[in-house]
Design a protein around this ligand. Structure first.
Ligand SMILES: Cc1ncc(COP(=O)(O)O)c(C=O)c1O
Length: 371
C-alpha cells in the first residue's frame, strides 16, 4: 500500500528534539503520572489495584469502566457505542479501513490532519478537498461541501475544533453537514481530538447530532496525556462491530495500564480539564496581545483548540521561515506548507506560559531584523 509522507509528523520528527522553545506542540502541556494521580486524589505511590493488575490483554474493546466514562462525555451515548483505540490516529485509521475502498469518494474539509486525505487516497478512494479560507474565519462553506458530495460519497471528514486554525463549527453547522451527508447516505467522521479545549462555549459532538456521525478522540490534547496513546471511536454499534473486524488484526486490545490511567483521568476530568482551560485561555490572551502589538503578524483568533494559524509578513516560504527561525532563535513553529497551506505558520499555544512568552518575544526580535 502506497501512502504519501505525513508532512506535519515529518516536520515534528526532524525538529522537535532540536528546538529550545517548542511552539509547534499541539497537546496541552503534558502531565506527569504523579500529577495525574494527585489530581485524581490518589495518595499511594503505586495504587494497589494497579500493582495487583494481571498483565492480560484485558477486555478486548477496552475496559467497561473506561468505555462508560468516555460515553459519559457525550449527550446520548452508552459504553456500547465506544471502541477503545491506539490514540485518535488509530481510531481514524480504523474508520477509513472499515468504510472506504476503491471507487468510493470522500469529502475532506482542509486544512486538517493529513490522515483524512492521505489514508482514503491510499485505500483507492477519490478525495475531494473543500478548502477553508481565512476570509470566512476558517469556517466551512457549506454550499461548497454540498456541491462536492455525490452518490459515491462514503464519508465527509472534518476536524472540530479545527487543527490548525482553531475554528469551531457550532451546532447549526454540524446540523448542516449532517443534512448534506444524509442527502447521499454518507457518514460524517468528525475528528474531535481537540474537544474540551473550547475558549468559551462547547459545541455538541457529531454523534449527538447525526445518526451516521462518528467521533474520534483521545486523552492526548485536552487531557494532556498523549503518552498513554489512548483514544476512541464513538458511533453506532454496527459500525463499531465492523471496525472491530479490522481491529482484531491490528490491535487486539490497548495496553491495560494505559486504559487504567485514562479511566483515572476521565474520573478526574473536572480538575484535569480546568487546568487545561486555564492554560489555553490564559495563553490565547498572551498570543492575542502579541498579535495586536506585532506589526508583521496577523490571525483569526481561535475559538478552540491549541493552535492558531498565523500569517507573518516575511518574504519567505513558510518552510524556509520556520527553518530560519529555528536556527536563529531556537523557536519552533510548524510551516503551513506541512499542512498543505502556504502563507501561514501554525503556532501551538498550549505549552507552559513562560515558554510561549519567551518564544514570542524572540520571534519579535527576529521579525524586526527581517526585510
Ligand atoms: C486533528 C488530529 N487528529 C488526530 C491526532 C492524533 O492524536 P492522538 O495522539 O490521539 O493519536 C492529532 C495529533 O496532533 C490531531 O491534531
Amino acid at each position: 500500500m502506497n501512502i504519501e509522507p505525513f508532512g506535519v509528523e515529518q516536520w515534528m520528527n526532524a525538529w522537535e528534539t532540536k528546538c529550545d522553545l517548542n511552539l509547534a506542540e499541539t497537546c496541552v502541556a503534558s502531565l506527569t503520572l504523579a500529577e495525574l494521580m494527585q489530581m485524581a486524589g490518589t495518595t499511594q505511590q503505586m495504587p494497589s489495584d494497579l500493582a495487583a493488575m494481571k498483565m492480560t490483554y484485558g477486555e478486548i474493546r477496552g475496559s467497561s469502566r473506561l468505555r462508560g466514562l468516555v460515553a459519559g462525555m457525550f449527550a446520548d451515548q452508552t459504553a456500547e457505542n465506544v471502541l477503545i483505540t491506539h490514540g485518535t490516529i488509530g481510531a481514524n485509521h480504523m474508520v477509513y479501513q472499515t468504510l472506504v475502498g476503491t471507487g468510493d469518494h470522500v469529502v475532506a474539509i482542509t486544512p486538517t490532519y493529513q490522515q483524512h486525505t492521505a489514508i482514503p487516497r491510499s485505500l483507492g478512494a477519490e478525495v475531494t478537498e473543500v478548502a477553508l479560507s481565512e476570509d470566512q474565519d476558517w469556517l466551512p462553506d457549506w454550499d461548497a461541501v454540498a456541491a462536492a458530495v455525490r452518490p459515491a460519497t462514503k464519508v465527509i471528514a472534518l476536524t472540530n475544533p479545527n487543527n490548525p486554525t482553531g475554528a469551531l463549527i457550532d451546532r447549526e453547522g454540524l446540523q448542516r453537514v449532517a443534512e448534506i451527508a444524509a442527502s447521499v447516505g454518507a457518514w460524517v467522521l468528525c475528528d474531535e481530538v481537540y474537544r474540551g479545549t473550547e475558549q468559551a462555549v462547547a459545541v455538541p459532538s457529531i454523534v449527538d447530532v447525526y445518526d451516521k456521525g462518528i467521533s474520534t478522540g483521545s486523552t492526548s490534547k485536552a487531557f494532556s496525556l498523549a503518552g498513554l496513546r489512548l483514544g476512541w471511536i464513538i458511533g453506532p454499534e454496527p459500525l463499531l462491530d465492523a471496525c472491530e473486524i479490522h481491529r482484531d488484526y491490528t490491535t487486539i486490545s490497548v495496553g491495560i495500564v494505559d486504559d487504567y490511567f485514562a479511566a483515572m483521568a476521565l474520573e478526574a476530568k473536572d480538575v484535569v480539564l480546568q487546568r487545561s482551560r486555564e492554560i489555553t485561555r490564559g495563553n490565547l490572551d498572551v498570543l492575542k496581545k502579541w498579535i495586536a502589538t506585532e506589526p508583521k503578524a496577523s490571525f483569526v483568533a481561535p475559538k478552540a483548540g491549541t493552535t492558531a494559524f498565523v500569517s507573518l509578513d516575511v518574504p519567505m516560504s513558510s518552510y524556509d521561515l520556520c527553518v530560519a527561525l529555528l536556527r536563529d532563535t531556537g523557536v519552533m513553529f510548524t510551516p503551513g506548507s506541512a499542512l498543505g497551506v502556504e502563507g501561514y505558520v501554525r503556532v501551538g499555544f498550549a505549552c507552559h506560559p513562560d515558554v510561549l512568552k519567551e518564544g514570542l518575544s524572540k520571534v519579535s526580535d527576529w521579525l524586526a531584523k527581517q526585510g
